[in-house]
Design a protein around this ligand. Sequence first.
Ligand code: COA
Ligand code: AMP
Length: 638
Amino acid sequence: MDARTSRYHDIYAHWQRDPQDFWGEAAREIDWFEPAKKVFDPDAGIYGRWFTGAVCNTCYNALDRHVASGRGAQAALIYDSPMAGTKQGYSYEEVLFEVKTLAAMLKDFGVEKGDRVILYMPMVPEAVFGMLACARIGAVHSVVFGGFAAKELATRIDDAKPKLILSASCGLEPGRVVQYKPLLDEAINLAKAKPQACVILQRPQAQAGMISGRDHDWRDLRDAAIAAKKSADCVPLLATDPLYILYTSGTTGIPKGVVRDNGGHMVALKWSMKNLYGVEPGEVYWAASDVGWVVGHSYIVYAPLFHGCTTILYEGKPVGTPDAGAFWRVIAEHGCSTMFTAPTAFRAIKKEDPQGKLLAQYDLSKFRALFLAGERADPDTLQWAENLLRRPVLDHWWQTETGWCIAGNPLGLGALPVKHGSATVPMPGYHIDIVDEACKPVAAGTIGSIVVKLPLPPGCFPTLWQQDERFKESYLNEFPGYYKTADAGYKDADGYVFVMGRTDDIINVAGHRLSTGGMEEVLASHPDVAECAVMGIRDELKGEVPCGFIVLKAGVNREPAEIEKEIVALVREKIGPVAAFKLAIMVKRLPKTRSGKILRGTMKKIADGDEWKMPATIDDPAILEEIGAALKGKGVGA
Ligand code: COA
Ligand code: AMP
């Protein structure tokens, strides 16, 4: 790793000099039905659009062209599920067959270009086929993570208004089968926008009850479509047409529908495979995430397939399925060249197998590098992974909104020296500034808001689904000329970017992005709760976990433990188990400033056992003592 031998600085300078030339060149890696009229049109969309006038199809670039060029027999997808006890490979030809068939099934339901299809699916190959089948016919998919509860699914149904929902009878979590169908039924009951039909994959671990007239058996439809030799061709789409909507936590309980287009997405992701991840076509690439998250969209499904790689769909955990050697087994068995996961997974492995003894059982000779993202890679975990793997362990920073890396260490261009705690340097396309509240750049080493100069590069979201105003309000208005990342951090004198935390109410729980504001809405809906505050507090394994403080309404005389239990159950029911909300603490009152603002920052410091100062504006200092005592009662804080 040597800054002098890396091509990064030359490549970044090329982009700075002539962004259109840079992205125009990258676009040659994609097969277009018609080339773009303009590489970038500053007058289109909200901040300009990439590859305007180009006609293309994402599924064609993921599958058809590889089969046409002789890659048909190569594995496109390996499904490895310790949960189901299944391992199954699918060649490019086989995936294409499944996708053509499923696309024809969707068309039979009247699904057309521009229609939305929601996928509420576990980590099974059909989820990937579903996404690609939508892409093939120009339907806009929206995958909802299986760990979300019915109400969250209902909110997404009402926003996306899908014509059809693809789902399965169950997901598999260690020790329990998660029945998806009752959650789906409840969500559809709650939603105002009713889908015309649901296609349900029955898994052997649970049989879903079907609603006659609305629900259809996935396998029956597939068998019938194959018998009738049904198959759907790729629909020509504009590069600027939407490929998918992915909902992510916003600062309220209403999630933001991040829109991804077809053209820019393909160009950026294809570029990243070789230049950022250092992977060649034909190699095996593994992102241990879930198709419900952006990492799953970009690096389980789309990017590896655009690049002609073999991708791995792993339905399991880093530990407990069956042990902390699970990742090493997958890497060795399938010959992975590169792996991508969240630091929390490595913290879990480190906790179970601190010496990394299980690694010795496996041959990792094809494995070249580990990439981490989703939350800040804490230096301890990074160091541990480096010592154990003796290969590059590279943190990189990105967001659902961007769809790919904002700052990273470009292994394919020649890795730069690693600085623990830093995501390394901006990728081409991203001009990163650190600014103060007045939008003035701050000096190197000074923490400020991290902003990206407009226009955002190809692959990033052009807007929020049917919410241009919310897009502008949430991301563009505060720092004119910039995209607000809502992350805070600094750049050092070498231009390395250090991402330190969010500037809004978003927390990162085991790499999952959640809104504390959304949780507060749930707590406040409990009939006994007068006031509440939720914040993320430090957690050794998950990075952060939510902690809720509640003040009861006057006159409520129920047992505190009982109410706390109800509140924990309520968050699980309304948001889902993924929120990992286990800590509800009853207090007499909340600490506030004289103007009535809850002092969440100070409460968090007390809970984290960090040093804290009495805020000058506090209304009543005694309340912080009460908070400390309440936390201690739960075994939290110093
Ligand atoms: N469907 C239903 N429930 C789900 C689910 C799904 N797809 N995924 C998770 N859950 C549930 C879990 O069963 C758990 O429920 P519990 O409270 O009954 O135990 C809860 O949601 C929290 O899940 P998770 O955050 O995965 O925590 P965990 O304790 O089960 O596992 C880790 C901890 C660190 C092992 C796990 O978070 C992990 O593997 N993380 C990898 C990182 C990752 O995938 N990041 C995504 C972005 S890159
Ligand atoms: P998501 O949209 O779920 O990918 O979450 C994006 C958020 O996760 C970012 O805004 C950051 O707060 C955090 N994040 C992701 N990757 C990193 C990283 N490498 N370092 C620090 N924070 C990160």
